[in-house]
Design a protein around this ligand. Structure first.
Ligand code: ADP
Length: 474
């Protein structure tokens, strides 16, 4: 079976968040069961691109309305990732350091999708399944199905995995002419609320839809995301599959980025050493509990609540807070301002820092994940693996992976995304901290849970087989 994954990110090539971790790991673990798995992403100006070897396997000119962009398909030649990696190089649109947040993102990702299909349709050996991830590849199912130019690909089944339904790739019909020619009777398939909506088009045209956790699938059918009624109608072809974690990258026992490696058996001493190192870096007291937050600083992550939580608790409790993230400028500023008052037991790192993230998972006692929306969440799974106790809001994938310790579980849970609820949960953690035996039991329970891709990638393979059988039957 030949599977082609397409998306905007792939760790370690280009990463913003969990999407990269999934596209960088799932294919590697599928490789054990499928002989041909490859990944296609745009070619950004990243360290990985500059430091590795690539061969040009195809070149052409893509047409985006009346614009023409030369492009190349570059194949990574040393196979260090455990799967074939192809980068679509469109210099005018992607030769930039960041993945997202440019004002021509619509043009960028549409061009990426067109170039990829132009290339695939020319290939001698076609994939058996195209696996798209998020709205950046959301128009692939439509174009493949309805553009005569891609007629040869028409019968290849497509899966869309939704990592975050908040982002939908919406643009006006003024840009319809960007798409390759198709019969306008199909135009409704692109439309949602009078706009072209890439994610909605994918949901309508893909053979199967997956979300990155079962609870998130239930939530997007009811929550106010603009697509809930569409999700309900398409429920018959939807499945929630919980993400896994890559133990080649996220294993406290062999992680080269942390200060001291540790297993379940040595977790007490191991975590202590990592905590001391981390506290030394940021002038914190390692005898006090250390709470961290790692992630994008946006309301969806509940990050807007952090400044109030931190300032109210630091005034009454002797605890440490360490924040790593970037995003909303207002939240960043509020968090930075807190440094003026609290410089001993609080630190914030604004920015993206992979190594510090690993050190923080290893050295913290608790991780805060107060998300309003969390389609899966990888942070809590990494934290469990590193013996750091997650404090989560019960939503999406957090609900599927974390159970409160009072119900014999592996973490601390709260229901509301509010300052009070988070402070209460932290207070329960502070109380717990003084009972080393209970803390150890919870920690060990978490470290023992197997969230590895090794274990969960099989669910996707079963889905692929099912889709192929269905196609043959039709
Ligand atoms: P999302 O994809 O919504 O951002 P996930 O929990 O699925 O959230 O994945 C987040 C990933 O990004 C994890 O690997 C986490 O460690 C990483 N991450 C988030 N913010 C940062 C940061 N500022 N520096 C380093 N890694 C980060």
């Amino acid at each position: 079976m030949k599977i082609l994954h397409m998306g905007a990110e792939c760790y370690p090539v280009a990463k913003v968040g969990g999407l990269a971790d999934v596209i960088g790991a799932l294919p590697k673990y599928q490789k054990n069961a499928i002989n041909d798995v490859s990944v296609v992403i745009p070619c950004y100006q990243t360290v990985f691109r500059n430091e590795n070897n690539f061969e040009c396997v195809h070149s052409g000119k893509l047409k985006l309305g009346h614009f023409n962009f030369p492009y190349k398909v570059l194949m990574e030649t040393s196979n260090i990732l455990g799967f074939e990696l192809f980068l679509i190089e469109i210099p005018e649109l992607f030769d930039r350091p960041n993945v997202y947040n440019y004002k021509d993102d619509i043009e960028r990702f549409l061009s990426f999708q067109i170039a990829a299909l132009d290339w695939i349709v020319e290939k001698k050996s076609l994939p058996d399944i195209i696996h798209c991830h998020d709205h950046h590849t959301g128009l692939i199912p439509f174009m493949k199905k309805y553009c005569p130019k891609y007629e040869k690909l028409k019968n290849i089944p497509v899966i869309i995995t939704i990592h975050n339904g908040l982002y939908q790739g919406i643009f006006t019909f003024n840009k319809l002419y960007y798409l390759p020619e198709f019969d306008l009777v199909h135009i409704k398939e692109l439309e949602r609320e009078n706009c072209i909506n890439s994610l909605a088009a994918a949901i309508k045209c893909a053979d199967e839809i997956t979300t990155v956790s079962p609870s998130y699938l239930n939530e997007i059918n009811h929550s106010d995301n603009g697509l809930e009624t569409l999700f309900q109608r398409m429920r018959y072809k939807s499945k929630g599959i919980l993400n896994g974690i890559d133990l080649d990258v996220w294993d406290s026992n062999k992680d080269p980025m942390i200060h001291a490696n540790y297993s379940i058996e040595t977790s007490n001493e191991g975590k202590q050493k990592n905590k001391e190192e981390l506290c030394m870096l940021f002038n914190m007291n390692p005898t006090k509990p250390l709470f961290c937050f790692i992630g994008r600083l946006y309301n969806e992550k509940g990050a807007d609540l952090l400044p109030k939580v931190i300032s109210s608790l630091l005034n009454i409790s002797e605890i440490n807070f360490l924040i790593l993230g970037y995003g909303d400028a207002e939240i960043e500023n509020e968090l930075k301002q807190l440094l003026e008052v609290h410089n001993k037991n609080y630190h914030v790192n604004i920015g993206y820092n992979e190594e510090l993230a690993h050190k923080t998972y290893a050295g913290s006692d608790f991780i805060l994940i107060p998300s309003r929306i969390e389609p899966c969440g990888l942070n809590q799974m990494y934290a469990l693996r590193y013996g750091t106790i997650p404090i989560v809001r019960r939503t999406g994938g957090l609900k599927d992976t974390i159970i409160d310790f009072e119900d014999n579980g592996n973490g601390i849970c709260h229901d509301q995304a509010s300052v009070e609820a988070i402070c209460d949960a932290i207070q329960r953690a502070i109380d717990l901290y003084s009972d080393k035996d209970v803390i150890n039991q919870i920690r060990i329970k978490g470290m023992n849970i197997d969230h590895s891709w090794e274990h969960v990638s099989q669910e996707y393979i079963e889905l692929y087989n099912l889709i192929i059988v269905k196609r043959h039957e039709n």
